[in-house]
Write a protein that binds this ligand. Structure first.
Ligand code: ADP
Ligand code: MG
Length: 452
């Protein structure tokens, strides 16, 4: 990083530090640097794919963009890259130069149908997207997709754009956020002829226009009018228009009525929160994406926990998964995402606790209280039955409720080795499986106490 870029990034970090989670700041932002700045894009070099995957979401990108704006007072856009991307970029440079004269389509290569999980919550929008991709401009025009933030609208429209280009490489697709449209519009109001030409080329010499989050054009009268003109022009030429919004057309207040009424002429579809089954599928897909070498695995319980607690919003679902992967890789020696890591990773998330916030320590404490033993007694080397049974029960509870790895349980219970802990767990498990009423009773009672 050159001195200037380094200073710029350090200034940005000062601002980012105020907004970002402390842990995320230290482990992600602080480990990045600015690689280069080209065509208004600030290329942020991430340490590895995990850091990239973590920061590459609207929320974190916005934090960086805002920091860049306040440091430079210019509208730079951040893009996260890795060393690998840099290499690919160099080898693609020749093609990129050619493409520049055409105007970038802004499509994200990683948002494709193949990694868009379909369930009842998005089935209709997905089908509409597939139909439009196979015959743009003919079937459903415009295609209007609405749904709350974080449910996959942006992913879906990029997938449509990518599929169209894949099937019809000559088609010109343009994806813009409504903010980008607004900024481009502001540019041409300055009266520069070359800007107007460029604007017309960008928005009218195309086959497919995708405008994301149209609601941000609300109450921006003049740009609304310009959009109305662009829209009519494209529509009259049978060009495909795809629009997304966080509300359905009739709730789009602050947009011109004549524009809104056009949105309802084609097909309007919605996306709703994914629900449990689809959330599980999404988590599995994302895990294999974040974790290409497949070293990290997740237990069913942990997967269920995330799906149950975060399925209102796919962005949150993904954020939660990133958080636990991060914890697993950085805070533990294990590659397995278990319930004890989940509880640890979410201990500050008051609102989503289930089962009364059980931790390894809590089990130790409750079992000690229940049997009237001290912590040093239960973790001691003693083989007295009065101590051995409670110890085995505590070990059983830790493993069965939290899936804590045997090595880690061993460390908690007097530095015992893996096989000793495993055999303690199985001793109690056998009793439970045999329906030994004494054990069943104690385990039930203790579980109840733990969940309080
Ligand atoms: P929106 O535009 O509705 O706010 P996004 O398209 O930005 O939502 O989705 C938020 C995150 O969730 C993205 O990372 C996206 O890849 C992911 N996502 C949303 N829906 C799905 C899905 N059905 N399958 C896979 N990933 C999804
Ligand atoms: Mg979006």
């Amino acid at each position: 990083m050159s001195n200037n870029l380094e200073t710029l990034w350090n200034n940005c970090l000062t601002i980012i530090k105020e907004k970002a989670d402390h842990l995320i700041f230290e482990n992600f932002y602080e480990k990045c640097s600015i690689d280069s700045i080209e065509d208004g894009i600030v290329y942020i070099l991430a340490h590895d794919e995990i850091v990239k995957a973590y920061l590459e979401n609207d929320k974190d990108i916005n934090i960086i963009n805002e920091a860049l704006l306040s440091v430079t007072e210019s509208n730079f856009k951040a893009k996260i890259i890795t060393e690998e991307d840099k290499k690919n970029k160099k080898s693609n440079n020749v093609v990129e130069q050619d493409e520049l004269s055409i105007i970038n389509n802004n499509l994200r290569k990683d948002y494709i149908f193949d990694n868009f999980v379909v369930g009842s919550s998005n089935q209709e929008s997905f089908q509409a997207g597939i139909s439009v991709s196979s015959s743009p401009g003919n079937l459903f025009n415009p295609l209007f997709i609405h749904g709350k933030s974080g449910l996959g609208k942006t992913h879906l429209v990029h997938s449509i754009g990518n599929r169209i280009i894949e099937q019809k490489p000559n088609m010109r697709v343009l994806y813009v956020s409504s903010e980008e449209f607004f900024n481009d519009y502001i540019k041409i109001t300055k009266g520069n002829m070359s800007d107007t030409e460029w604007f017309n080329h960008k928005y009218r010499d195309i086959d497919v226009l995708i405008v994301d989050d149209i609601q941000f054009l609300s109450n921006k009268e003049k740009s609304n009018e310009m959009f109305f003109n662009v829209y009519n022009d494209l529509f009259s030429k049978n060009k495909q228009i795809i629009i997304t919004s966080d509300v359905m057309p009739k709730e789009l207040h602050g947009l011109e009525d004549r524009l809104v009424s056009r949105f309802t002429q084609g097909l309007s579809v919605s996306i709703s929160p994914p629900g449990y089954e689809t959330s599980i599928k999404i988590l599995e897909k994302k895990l294999s994406y974040f974790n290409e070498d497949e070293n990290t695995i997740i237990t069913d319980k942990a997967l269920e926990y995330i799906a149950k607690n975060f399925s209102k919003d796919v962005r949150d679902l993904e954020g939660a998964l990133r958080r636990v992967i991060f914890y697993t890789i950085n805070m533990t020696d294990s590659q397995e995402i278990t319930m004890d890591i989940i509880y640890e990773a979410f201990k500050d998330y008051q609102s989503i606790k289930v089962d009364g916030d059980i931790t390894n320590e809590k089990i130790l404490k409750i079992v000690c209280n229940y049997y009237n033993l001290s912590k040093s007694q239960i973790t001691s080397k003693s083989r007295q039955k009065l101590i051995v049974t409670p110890r085995q029960i505590a070990i059983y509870l830790t493993r069965s409720l939290l899936e804590t790895p045997y090595e880690k349980i061993g460390k908690i219970y007097g530095n015992r080795d893996h096989s000793t802990i495993m055999s303690s767990y199985h001793k109690v498990k056998e009793q439970i499986d045999d329906n030994n009423s004494e054990y069943v009773l104690v385990i039930n009672e203790l579980t109840k106490l733990l969940k309080q």
